[in-house]
Design a binder for this molecule. Structure first.
Ligand code: ATP
Length: 298
């Protein structure tokens, strides 16, 4: 799959603060890539570097397989600050101003207003907009020119639940049209609901990256029962990934060192003469995984 963004070993320091520390990551075409980390973990700094708003102290990055240039910048839309438009002007006029700055025609304006659900309000003043509508106008403005990549920094910050839902739907819709999306967020829930891939940052370092579905697939325990519980307990201790167990009244909870698939576990017992009467996987949530990663890297 085509690599849209490749970051190699980027570091950025502000005086004594190491905001980004040797960060490398790849974003492929069509991914909804989440950069997840607590406040101050270097998300905004990373986005500012890849958007050429600030310069890294070391490292490099490429857009669409080559060094960034004027052409690659035209293929990227971004919202990295709180929405700022002329308060007494309508969305249409504001977007015309943005189009002029970006050296684009006006033919895309109706499309982006429709996509963001603002078409009906296209002639009302920006100052009358709710915060959620302002945020959607910022997304509309980033979408002018139909960029291949959309970059959003904390897109739901400060929004009410309805505003959050609107932005989520909008992001998923844009992603559905094939646009690659990069989102920085400190909200696990947001990443879990929107993103296909995630990189977890802490103190400017990447702790982990991978598919959100794979992170979610990491199981840390199984609940098991069998007619002969004693045999179940003595057998499980021979499993190569066995870590520990907690006995219960009618079942046991078993913890493993590595990922174990249910069918493999079932086969293991069957081959060792134990017939399971119950097997259920306890999936670790992204939140648990995220907290563990942060905890191990204090
Ligand atoms: P948040 O979610 O709070 O925005 P973040 O993950 O986006 O956090 P950054 O804004 O990139 O993190 O900040 C990383 C570190 O760099 C923080 O310690 C921050 O205080 C520091 N920092 C960011 N910008 C500057 C600056 N212009 N001058 C000095 N320090 C800065």
């Amino acid at each position: 799959m085509e690599t849209v963004l490749s970051i190699k070993n980027i570091s950025k320091r502000y005086g004594k603060i190491q905001a980004v520390n040797g960060l490398s990551l790849d974003v492929k075409k069509g991914q909804v890539f989440g950069i997840l980390g607590p406040n101050g973990s270097g998300k905004t700094t990373t986005l500012s570097v890849i958007l050429d708003l600030i310069r890294a102290n070391s490292g490099s990055f490429q857009w669409f397989g080559h060094d960034p240039d004027k052409e690659s910048r035209k293929r990227i839309g971004s919202v990295i600050e709180s929405p700022n438009f002329f308060p007494y002007l309508s969305p249409v006029i504001n977007l015309k101003i943005v189009a002029d700055i970006k050296d684009l025609g006006y033919e895309d304006i109706d499309r982006v207003l429709m996509l963001t659900g603002l078409f009906e309000r296209r002639n009302t003043r920006f100052k009358t907009f709710s915060f959620g509508m302002k945020q959607r106008l910022a997304v509309a403005s980033a979408l002018l020119g139909n960029p291949d990549v959309l970059i959003l920094d904390e897109p739901t910050n400060g929004l009410d639940p309805q505003g959050i839902a609107h932005i989520r739907e909008l992001i998923l819709q844009i992603a559905g049209e094939g646009t690659t999306i990069i989102i920085a967020s400190h909200l696990l829930d947001e990443i879990q609901k929107i993103c296909s891939h995630v990189a977890v940052l802490n103190k400017g370092k990447k702790l982990f990256d991978g598919k959100v579905s794979e992170v979610l697939a990491i199981s840390d325990s199984f609940e098991l029962s069998a007619t002969n519980i004693e045999l179940l307990i003595s057998t499980i201790k021979f499993h190569p990934a066995y870590l520990s167990l907690t006995p219960g009244a009618e079942s046991i909870q078993v913890f493993f060192k590595d990922t174990v698939h249910p069918e493999e576990l079932n086969r293991f017992f069957y081959q060792n003469g134990v017939i399971l009467t119950h097997l259920s996987e306890r999936k670790r949530s992204l939140e648990q995984h995220f907290l563990e990663l942060l905890d191990n890297n204090k």
